[in-house]
Design a protein. Structure first.
Length: 142
């Protein structure tokens, strides 16, 4: 709202003065910085997370990684700690889709510098028999 008011009240017609541009850039950079979510807001957000196979496919395309580290294949999804509940919902979805025989184990790690949690599956058999086929099926059965 403050950026809109700066634009509306600008003395320069058709554009902005350099100090007005700097003010708007500062406003943009400070958005959501150290934003705290109340418990009530968090509960509302948790209820809105509805995982489906198509939602998960899109989410993994944007936030997921398949790779190799020390010759071991892994699957990883990362989210800021304020969105940790999304990773928990994805874990619950995978556990529901894959039966208990799959031995899917999710490892979580927190990067303290960036406050980002990574959910990783490094077990070769789980990635080969469950995770990769789960996503391959979208290619063949659209």
């Amino acid at each position: 709202m403050q950026a809109v008011l700066i634009k509306l009240n600008s003395e320069k017609i058709g554009s902005l003065l350099p100090n007005e541009i700097d003010t708007i850039k500062h406003l943009k950079e400070s958005m959501n910085y150290k934003r705290l979510i109340s418990e009530k807001e968090e509960e509302i957000l948790k209820k809105k997370v509805s995982i489906s196979k198509w939602w998960l496919l899109g989410f993994v395309e944007g936030e997921g990684t398949f790779g190799y580290k020390h010759l071991v294949p892994y699957f990883q999804i990362a989210q800021h700690k304020k969105n940790f509940f999304v990773l928990e919902a994805i874990e619950a979805y995978f556990l529901k889709v894959f039966n208990e025989k799959s031995n899917v184990k999710f490892n979580y790690s927190l990067n303290k510098l960036t406050s980002v949690y990574s959910m990783t599956i490094v077990k070769v058999d789980v990635n080969f028999y469950y995770i990769v086929p789960f996503f391959w099926i979208f290619i063949f059965f659209k």
